[in-house]
Design a protein around this ligand. Structure first.
Ligand code: SAH
Length: 254
């Protein structure tokens, strides 16, 4: 069985000793029922991965010894997802899958035909928990950064400077991803891509995005549900950019 994975704070590590407390320690003890001597993996949220061995399991904490440290290699191309707020639990699904698929940062936004409600702290905490759980499941050492929600116009004006900016638009009749990347002479190291809400982008938003250098791109003639479109766009982008090669994900030692 693969090692069980846990998140700790960098401050829980002193030299090769780890002191784990709180819900993760509770989970280890009462749900997983691990024992001293069992091998486990720790992430500290900064991108470091530690292989360790459990030493002691106490009521309020678990101690472990680090045996080896590794790091995920940075991706060949960094991916930044601008995602319109979606209804119900669809954002949860997107955050989980975007984490598994290797998106670096997530930028939720409100737009004309989408949700406008401000995001509460509890919602943000839930999203953070979802990406941490996804990291544990897929053995990703560094969780994606989730940015505060903003208006689409703000996001387009202040989006991180990336080599390529894309807006996935169901009314784009010509351009596909392979064509866009074939046209790019420059070595593309980062992509910012926007996905719209259930109601789609307005014509004004698409025009505004184009002014800000976003290239409209199609995922085919069928109109996909918002969450399908995001997952498909992310996977296709990662494949096109060469980020799904096993060698692009190798873990390096210290
Ligand atoms: N309400 C719209 C559909 C919106 S789909 C309508 O019925 O016409 C939600 C989002 O998914 C869109 O904003 C777009 O970003 C993406 N999307 C869905 N299908 C797509 C396609 N074929 N090509 C590119 N993007 C697509």
């Amino acid at each position: 069985m693969s090692h069980r994975r846990f998140f700790i704070n960098p401050t829980d590590i002193t030299g090769e000793n780890v002191q784990m407390t709180g819900p993760e320690a509770h989970h280890l003890r009462t749900v997983l029922r691990l024992a001293p001597g069992d091998p486990i993996t720790f992430f500290d949220g900064t991108g470091a991965r530690y292989q360790a061995r459990i030493e002691r399991i106490l009521k309020d904490r678990v101690t472990a010894t680090i045996i080896e440290q590794s790091q995920d290699l940075p991706p060949k191309v960094h991916l930044h997802l601008g995602q319109a707020l979606l209804k119900g639990h669809k954002m949860d699904l997107i955050l989980q899958k975007a984490t598994e698929l290797g998106v670096d940062t997530i930028w939720p936004f409100s737009s004309e035909h989408g949700i406008h409600k401000p995001i509460k702290d509890a919602q943000m905490e839930r999203w953070q928990r979802i990406v941490l759980e996804a990291c544990k499941q897929c053995d990703r050492a560094k969780p994606p950064e989730i940015n505060d929600t903003r208006k689409i116009t703000d996001l387009m004006a202040h989006a991180p400077q990336c080599d390529t900016r894309l807006i996935f638009w169901e009314h784009e009749a010509r351009q596909t991803l392979p064509e866009i990347f074939a046209d790019q002479n420059t070595d593309c190291r980062s992509v910012f891509f926007l996905l719209g809400p259930e109601g789609g982008f307005s014509e004004t938003e698409v025009a505004c995005a184009q002014q800000e250098g976003f290239i409209p791109v199609s995922l085919g003639s069928r109109i996909l549900r918002a969450e399908t479109a995001t997952l498909a766009a992310t996977a296709i982008l990662q494949f096109t950019l060469g980020n799904l090669n096993p060698t692009a994900q190798i873990k390096s030692g210290e």
